[in-house]
Design a protein around this ligand. Structure first.
Ligand code: GBH
Length: 488
């Protein structure tokens, strides 16, 4: 087997995508420019008492430096860039009726700059920066009316789709549901109704996703080709022990991350569509929430109509997976209706003997466990009939306060080992038969790390916040360049 350090470019198919990823609010800045409307993070980061100690008003200024950043991506040798569109830059009031041409042209320019360099754009429509007006006027993701998302997508497809071939509707609906509506550490910062709101927010994200995919399929795909999917985040859940309770706790943990947003029985549905009369007598195989969730949440988990289930059922051309870390999971009786308690699980970072599951990065949730990625990839392949998968995010952070000199920041040995280990794990999954088509390192640049502000640095490229936001490739960025040239 391939151990860390032995992974090479030849372990991946020739047409494999190797990219870097970012999101609009984390890198763009230009808050007051180009007639961009406010979003919920603009307001959340100004609210006293949130743990955010900074904001994305300027961020790392990609709005003005996109050409420099595209050159950088190209020089390093990546062939794909995953970024997101700021919804309120294109529709300042979020409603999808009045298009702001300044926003459209910014993204057209970015996409053209990428295509000029032969870099494939992977466009995410929504990475957490909901137009503020949609939060105040219709309660954001809590109501079905958020289906105005539909209009957003329709217009975007018309204006931008032609130039980009891979589209993600929503980034990590789980994080919006849980951090936005259960513990409230992310915008919109709600935490008073943890037994209902996370499930409504998730439900409406799924419906918005499904209707966006439906429009895209009917109006654009036939003419323009391309592919569309959802990005889910999933840590690997390794049973803490061989006890049956711990094994099913670990299964449950994955249901509450992945199963919440993915479908099963794709081929059976196809068969039902060919022979509709069979469906009347056959088992109900339409998409639905996992049984483990229904059992614990009952009527707090909303219901789908059959039509919605069918839409969702065929809504993924690919699964986008964000994966950073793994955790040991043990059974723990439920103590409250909060998200983690409801699952009846406990996440543990030390093996029974006391040894850590892996070295810790800067963030307290991020342990380096390369073998976990191979396991998640195999799990998805097995459970969901071997779908096409992109690893849409993978990476680790350094603590800003521990960086005292530039040379030290650029010498990121631990990150080099992280990427070696995780890429080897992807290569192993591919030889296991998993259909992985691309891999994106998070992130191109150090950037605004949500509730952690600028205190955590995930970049392959260092951003000097005290020196004009200048960009400096770290050893890990240079490692990728050598990896692409086959000179390891
Ligand atoms: C990704 O989510 C996001 O898509 C990306 O925007 C982000 O920059 C990246 O992670 C790195 O965090 O209590 O404040 O420490 C991955 C799932 C969700 C994992 C939030 C960490 C804890 C936040 N992440 N979670 S905090």
């Amino acid at each position: 087997s391939t151990g860390p350090g032995e992974v090479t470019r030849n372990d991946f198919p020739e047409d494999f995508f190797f990219g870097v990823a970012t999101s609009a609010y984390q890198v763009e800045g230009g808050r007051a420019e180009g007639r961009r409307g406010d979003n919920i993070w603009d307001v959340f980061s100004e609210t006293e008492g949130t743990i955010v100690i900074a904001n994305g008003d300027i961020a790392v200024d990609q709005y003005h430096r996109y050409k420099e950043d595209v050159d950088l991506i190209s020089k390093l040798g990546f062939n794909a860039y995953r970024f997101s569109l700021s919804w309120s830059r294109i529709f300042p009031d979020g409603l999808g009726t009045k298009v702001n041409e300044d926003g459209i042209s910014y993204y057209n320019n970015l996409i053209n700059a990428l295509l000029d360099k032969g870099i494939q754009p992977f466009v995410t429509l929504y990475h957490w920066d909901l137009p503020y007006n949609l939060q105040t006027s219709i309660e954001g993701w809590l109501t079905k009316k958020i289906g105005v998302f539909f209009h957003l997508c329709r217009n975007l497809f018309r204006k931008l789709w032609r130039q980009s071939e891979t589209l993600v509707t929503i980034n990590e609906p789980l994080q919006t549901a849980v951090n936005g509506y259960d513990i409230g550490i992310f915008a919109p910062g709600r935490k008073d109704n943890p037994s209902t709101e996370p499930y409504l927010a998730a439900h409406h994200q799924l419906l918005a996703h499904a209707s966006a995919v439906d429009v895209y399929r009917k109006k654009f795909k036939a003419k323009q080709g391309g592919e569309i999917g959802l990005v889910v985040d999933c840590e690997w859940a390794e049973p803490f022990s061989d006890r049956i309770e711990d094994k099913s706790a670990a299964e449950r943990r994955i249901d509450f991350q992945l199963g919440w947003y993915c479908y099963k029985h794709f081929f059976l549905l196809f068969f039902y569509q060919l022979f509709p009369f069979v469906k009347v007598f056959g088992p109900n195989i339409l998409w639905d929430y996992p049984k483990t969730m229904r059992a614990r949440l009952g009527s707090n988990l909303p219901q789908f109509s059959d039509r919605e289930k069918e839409l969702l059922h065929r809504s993924l051309d690919f699964v986008g997976l964000n994966h950073y870390t793994s955790r040991l999971i043990a059974h723990m009786p439920s103590t409250s209706d909060q998200f983690y308690q409801v699952q009846e699980i406990e996440g543990i970072v030390n093996w029974p003997g006391g040894e850590a599951i892996g070295p810790r990065a800067a963030s307290d949730w991020l342990y380096v466990v390369p073998w976990g990625l191979r396991k998640v990839l195999n799990y998805i392949a097995k459970k969901y009939e071997n779908p096409m998968i992109y690893v849409t995010e993978n990476g680790m952070d350094d603590e800003d306060s521990k960086v005292s000199a530039l040379e030290q920041a650029l010498d990121d040995k631990m990150r080099v080992d992280y990427f070696k280990g995780y890429l080897a794990s992807v290569a192993q999954a591919i030889s296991d038969g998993v259909d992985v088509r691309g891999y994106f390192a998070w992130s191109l640049l150090d950037n605004f790390e949500w509730a952690q502000g600028y205190t955590k640095r995930f970049g392959l490229v260092y951003v000097d916040y005290k020196n004009g936001l200048s960009r400096h490739p770290k050893a890990s960025a240079l490692w990728f360049s050598k990896f692409f040239k086959g000179a390891q």
